[in-house]
Design a binder for this molecule. Structure first.
Ligand SMILES: [Fe+2]
Length: 261
């Protein structure tokens, strides 16, 4: 199936539709030119988990989950709020803030890249996990899309594991939907989000996250020590495929189909 060659604008449109706000004005490069709403008293907050810290054991241990959520993620939230206090961009939903990255003032880009990226990525990661994992259903759109792209589900898993293992230092492995409708396994460094766009994450790594794995040592060191591959293997036992499938349909649904010839 062919999709129109769109820019990251479609991801922004998706974020807006989820926020219930109207369309913004986009220039030829796909970045909107409108100003964010004035800052409000609200600030970014640590989202609660949908499960207990113990719920992912024995695959992800409770102590790591508790520290990861209440300390690491909370720190990203706290630092982001401090950095954007009084700034008009603080009114944006965190995913929209990611898609608006290139519009940020120069003196805010580094802190939003690190702290905002950390908040966006971890908020996504908690939903990407479940204690009630089931296999991705045969014949489902995402399963079919994966099989069409990678030749088989096992080949996809191998590609994902290889990518996650290959991240040098700290970063993330992702399955993304690109703006041309392609499923792709990519990695990002540190707390970079595929939503930030190619100018940040590099050619081919920008897109709409379908699933993702945190491969920072803080995500696994207490349980798995330095053996990242074992942590990556354990991840398959707690992937929330229902959430990933919803993300895939959401991403596909937000894309504009080309006019028939
Ligand atoms: Fe993390």
């Amino acid at each position: 199936m062919h999709f129109a060659n769109l820019t990251l604008g479609w991801m922004l449109s998706l974020a807006q539709s989820r926020l219930g706000v109207g369309p913004l004005v986009h220039n030829k490069l796909g970045s909107d030119t409108s100003s964010p709403a004035p800052p409000t008293a609200t600030s970014y907050t640590l989202p609660p988990l949908d499960y207990s810290y113990e719920a992912l054991e024995p695959h992800f241990d409770a102590e790591t989950m508790r520290i990861h959520h209440t300390k690491h993620h909370q720190t990203y939230v706290t630092n982001l709020n401090a950095a954007l206090q009084g700034n008009e961009f603080s009114s944006l939903d965190i995913d929209e803030l990611m898609t608006r990255f290139n519009d940020l003032p120069a003196d805010k880009k580094t802190v939003v890249r690190n702290q905002g990226g950390g908040h966006a990525n971890h908020s996504f990661f908690w939903k990407n996990l479940t204690p009630n994992a089931t296999a991705l259903a045969d014949g489902s759109p995402l399963k079919t899309g994966i099989e069409d792209t990678f030749s088989s589900f096992v080949a996809f898993q191998q590609a994902f594991e290889k990518a996650a293992t290959s991240v040098f230092g700290s970063g993330w492995a992702w399955l993304i939907l690109t703006d041309t409708g392609e499923l792709r396994v990519v990695t990002t460094a540190n707390q970079d989000s595929p939503l930030m766009g190619e100018s940040v994450v590099g050619a081919g790594a920008a897109g709409f996250p379908i699933m993702g794995l945190d491969v920072w040592e803080h995500a696994y060191y207490l349980q798995y020590r330095n053996v990242r591959p074992d942590y990556i293997k354990a991840y398959w036992q707690v992937v929330n495929w229902e959430f990933a499938s919803e993300r895939y349909m959401e991403g596909r649904g937000s894309m504009v189909q080309p006019e028939p010839l």
